[in-house]
Design a protein around this ligand. Structure first.
Ligand SMILES: Nc1ncnc2c1ncn2[C@@H]1O[C@H](COP(=O)(O)OP(=O)(O)OP(=O)(O)O)[C@@H](O)[C@H]1O
Length: 598
């Protein structure tokens, strides 16, 4: 059944097994004894085909292990070997029957027959009533019985058991050994143990010391016992997507936790973009309402010609309009039946004025001072939007009151177009007294002011207010970015922690699947399907949270553009794929021998 010829195994310079040769019987219990670190697990791993770096030959059931490909080795574990571990390695969240069928369905495609056979084994092991119980609810002895049933269900030719009674009390250990003795009547059972009492059940004992193996009890039972084939092995197609779906349901809480963490991270980025949107919207609405901030005025002092200033402004790309300003003769403003005369005046810089109510005048509008407004109405607020008639010599126009600005005497401001039309109508022959200009956006005010100052001019602008406003906006944006970044870091850390924990927890599960004979390709397919389900769940949670945020946009400073919505979905899926890919690659590299010993 098992032939070992001149087997030597080294780790670096350390010789763990030295020229070991032995012929195992076709049935009976073989105990591997030896001090800790003597090489018992190494020998078991070599028999299981986990470790292929050795010299010599291992031939099990006619198969030379060193000649088998990775796929053939998985098949070898599936059909030839049954594993029993000290720590049972049952999947939590799964029932007893599901744990057993995990191995059975891989070996044989007849589902009903597999179930019947699993129940027969459970009956034989005295725990049939626990078939639908979750494994975490079982006692140690019951768990080990389930592990034995799982090892037997594929009807393996050889059972390898790593300290199967190590975690059990004496009475339960004896019960398990009686079961293993029963099993050993049909096939060889190789058991690692530290417990000499267990050796009472052994047909032979191999003790390992300093790399040398000694046989203490020769196997007397080498005859081929009747080998009952419970299930005809075939290349059963286990549905890995189905298994992934099952796993997904079992680990749903953990997956949901990861999804929520990813969603929070993505939504934090979304909120940061959205806050950027809001701030930009606020800035442009501020610009729309406070058009005066985009204006400047250059008083023409002696020696400064308006042509020079105009040509200077014409060369600046930041300036969108400019014109010369002249003295304005006395004019009349009429509201309903009330007319007020305003003496000769010259327009100052509109940027230097501050609004009391409403806004500075846009096309076809006029802004007036409170003292002028009070002559038209007791409640000056009611005047906003009302029409007045403005008459100045031959110039006459109906204008809407856009706002009331803070001025101490009767005065007014016209919009730039009306003001220029007034100068053209009056056909002023005097020289201009100032030049007014408007920059494209109020951020440009400072730059144009600097350009003019460099030419020795003294423009009047609202540059100080603009600078302090810009600083406030920048600080607000930075604050939003920092808070969002902070949330992203925390959410991503939670996500990575959960994934690392899941990866660590699932390493034993992957090792078990490999030990049961699942191919790496099958496990990879299962993990990919799980990532797919996790992505779908994360995308769903992101949609839900985004919709919730949109619904809360009335009370929260959030405005999510459709493109940002789509990007957040894609971001979620991408993030899940990246993180799970890292975790999956790690899981696929699992060394079954190592994790199952932990
Ligand atoms: N992957 C490895 N790399 C290097 N050395 C290893 C490796 N695995 C095992 N060893 C070494 O080989 C020797 C035998 O280890 P093995 O695990 O087979 O001992 P053991 O008899 O099963 O011990 P225990 O009863 O404590 O489990 C030990 O000295 C161990 O440190």
């Amino acid at each position: 059944m098992i032939t070992i010829r001149n087997l030597s195994k080294k780790y670096g310079e350390q010789v763990v097994l030295d020229e070991f040769s032995h012929e195992f019987g076709s049935c009976g219990i073989t105990c591997l004894l030896g001090a800790s670190g003597s090489g018992k697990s190494t020998l078991l791993n070599l028999l299981a085909g986990f470790d292929r770096e050795y010299s010599g030959d291992i031939i099990v059931a006619g198969q030379k292990l060193s000649a088998l490909s990775a796929e053939a080795l998985a098949d070898y574990r599936k059909h030839t070997i049954g594993f029993i571990f000290q720590e049972y390695h049952l999947l939590t969240g799964y029932t007893v029957l599901e744990n057993i069928l995990l191995a059975a369905d891989l070996a044989c495609s007849e589902k009903e027959k597999n179930k019947e056979w699993a129940l027969t084994l459970l009956r034989r092991l005295g725990i049939e009533d626990k078939a639908n119980e979750k494994t975490e609810n079982l006692s140690g002895g019951q768990k080990q019985r389930v592990a034995i049933a799982r090892a037997l269900v594929g009807d393996p030719k050889l059972i390898l058991a790593d300290e199967p009674t190590g975690a059990l009390d004496r009475k339960t250990a004896n019960e398990i050994m009686l079961i293993l003795s029963e099993i050993a009547k049909e096939r060889p059972v190789v058991i690692i143990t530290h417990d000499h009492k267990i050796c009472d059940y052994a047909d032979e004992i191999i003790s390992i010391e300093d790399g040398k193996c000694k046989i203490w009890k020769a196997s007397e039972n080498n005859s081929d016992a009747a080998h009952i084939q419970k299930c005809s092995p075939d290349n059963a197609l286990v549905s890995m997507p189905k298994r992934a779906w099952h796993n997904f349901r079992v680990h749903f809480k953990r997956f949901l936790g990861i999804s929520l963490a990813v969603t929070i991270a993505v939504c934090a980025v979304l909120m940061s973009f959205s806050s950027q949107n809001i701030i930009e919207e606020k800035i442009s609405s501020f610009e729309e309402k406070n058009t005066a901030f985009a204006w400047g005025q250059v008083p023409l002092e002696e020696g400064t010609s308006s042509e020079d200033v105009l040509s200077l402004l014409a060369r600046s790309e930041q300036v969108q309009q400019y014109y010369s300003q002249y003295q304005v003769p006395e004019c009349d403003i009429t509201f309903e039946q009330q007319t007020v005369s305003i003496p000769t005046k010259q327009f100052g810089s509109i940027a230097a004025e501050s609004m009391n109510i409403g806004t500075m005048p846009q096309e076809g509008e006029i802004a007036i001072t409170p003292s002028l407004a009070k002559q038209f109405a007791t409640d000056i607020r009611t005047l906003i939007g009302k029409e007045v008639t403005f008459i100045c010599g031959p110039f006459s126009k109906n204008l809407r009151i856009s706002g009331i600005y803070n001025g101490s005497f009767d005065d007014y401001y016209l919009d730039a177009e009306t003001e220029q039309l007034l100068y053209r109508t009056l056909q002023n022959e005097e020289s201009p007294i100032s030049v007014a200009y408007q920059v494209i956006g109020f951020h440009e005010v400072l730059e144009v002011e600097t350009q003019l100052k460099e030419q020795g001019l003294t423009p009047v602008t609202a540059s100080e207010q603009v600078a302090s406003l810009e600083e406030t906006f920048t600080q607000l944006q930075t604050l939003f970015m920092i808070v969002s970044g902070f949330i992203v870091v925390i959410a991503l850390s939670i996500c990575v922690m959960l994934l690392l924990k899941t990866t660590r927890m699932r390493a034993a599960e992957m090792g078990l699947l490999m030990a049961l004979g699942y191919q790496r390709g099958q496990i990879q397919q299962m993990l990919l399907c799980e990532s797919l389900f996790l992505s779908a769940l994360s995308a769903m949670t992101t949609v839900l949270v985004s919709l919730l945020l949109t619904a809360l946009s009335e009370i929260l400073p959030i405005h999510i553009a459709p493109i940002q919505f789509v990007l957040s979905m894609c971001g979620t899926v991408l993030l899940v794929w990246i993180t799970t890919a890292v975790s999956n690659v790690k899981l696929l590299k699992t060394d079954p021998a190592k994790v199952l010993r932990q």
